[in-house]
Write a protein that binds this ligand. Sequence first.
Ligand code: B12
Ligand code: SF4
Length: 513
Amino acid sequence: MLVTGQRKTCHGGTKMKILLVDPPFYRFIKYYNRYFPLGLAYLAAVLRDNGHQVLIYDADANVEKAMEMDFSALEEKYPEYINNVNRLSHSIWDEWRNVLEDFKPDMVGISVYTVKIASAFRIGQIAKDFNPDIPVVFGGPHPSVKSDESLKIAPFVDFVLKSEAEFTFARLVEAIGKKGALGDIKGLSFRKDAQIFHNPDVDFIEDLDRLPFPARDLLINKDTYTSEDMGLLMSGRGCPFECTFCSSAGVWGRKVRFRSIENVLDEIQQVKSTYGTVQFSFKDDIFTVNTKRVLEFCRLLKERKLNIKWDCNARVNLIDEQLLAQMKSAGCNGIKLGIESGSDRILKDVMRKKITVAQTKQAAGLIRRAGIHWTGYFMMGLPSETEQEMNQTLELMRQIKPDFASLSVYEPLPGTQLYHTGVAAGLVADQRTLDDFFEISPKYYYFKNIKNRIDTMPDDKFRAIEQFMKTSFHRYNRGPARIYKRARARSALYLKKPGVLKNDITRFLAWLR
Ligand code: B12
Ligand code: SF4
């Protein structure tokens, strides 16, 4: 494969221009989205350390003023998303062509989440139209478990790097530059002479402190993010639980690995001094998975006097009074909990969530008493779930009164246990064609019968319940008590950074529309 514009690096290898892309999704439907691609920023940092010239194009950062915030109506916009993906003259695709033209990359890497796969394919296709010699690499949660499908159906995808990919990507770039062997790069899948090869799985990085800090400075549009946007970070990787709907293990495995607390605090300090960030958000699957470590983190954070606010994901069975008090006094102003269901049968037999409704109620009481703003994540539409069980979920939400309640409708994510059970039961389509992804709404990607996504009732009945639940959740969140609590949780931030208040008001008005 011929690669354009290569030069020698100071290490004697071949220096490449690598463009990393987060495909557009929310932007196509004008929804609020300010998450910078943390995974790509990690990859970029390692590639830069290896002497390559790297840029990150976050094609999904929505910098326009008119942003939609009603996430309960998001899925209704999916057909519009698919239409826009298929409109090759769309301004976002022109923007992508311009980015290619300006940077002239030697290689393109694309981050792929299942919901965004149509966009990811389009990004790859346009890159190949621009220059057929550019290798296109897929990575991220979706291809980590669907590498074979991606390579089979998309001739413009050359390589897939599964799971954690910082060091394997650097090795792939080196192998391509030197025209070296690909067979010993773990986690790599590739096509050669029309045949697809899958190398053995990656060895996870044991010592995460070996990783450089994410290269936020390599985001093409870094000036369009607020200081708060830059505050995403991860203190550890992996989750030991085995919830049947969740795809965490496909990326990180089951063993939890932690960065040292000093390393995490150094990153916080660096981001604060570079971007003025005072609100951080931990994206670890479960930040409180090791409660002793969290207590130590809180102690050292206070000792360093970094004076920041932060939020994180936790689990109802992994919080207690002492922990919450320490977290609060160290600046924690937000906790997100997966509540999922109001039915113990669904929690136990279908989700294997290893929590009970009683534990949830107890945890809700603890957080309320601790005075930390909290979000509850709920889910409906699981296989075998009845109308009565869906009602129990709504009832539980009203009883435990989270400060914000988020509802998602179950979809079978590749690689999850429920996905495999669904395939065996004939409810899940294991293979999709390229055309499928450009035609079907992302809501139904792997459902076999898109006209009936649940096995306990006819589709029209399910849709009516779904609509009722979504409206109920949305109304609940718009209640004055909820709005007041959110503003109160962030009031210290407003004093530190009046700009945050302005942004919140803009978002709030968009959400009320
Ligand atoms: C923040 C977050 C979000 C943000 C947006 C993230 C974004 N940039 O778009 C919000 C809140 C909007 C969100 C929404 C949703 N999310 Co989300 N989210 C996360 C979360 C918590 C952190 C993501 C992150 O930054 N990770 C940290 C980085 C370091 O990891 P990473 O991105 O996976 O990157 C690593 C590898 O995957 C790989 N890699 C990634 N990209 C590339 C590219 C190349 C070229 C290569 C070689 C490698 C590579 O290398 C990286 C470093 O090792 C993850 C869970 C988690 N802890 O990872 C879930 C997760 C990504 N979300 C998930 C889901 C299901 C959703 C929703 C569909 C939920 C819903 N029902 O509404 C929506 C839809 C999102 C959308 N439209 O894009 C799933 C994705 C599963 C899948 N198969 O796609 C995850 C994994 C959660 C889970 N455990 O199931 N999410
Ligand atoms: S849902 Fe949460 S607790 Fe369950 S496996 Fe996924 S990350 Fe872990």
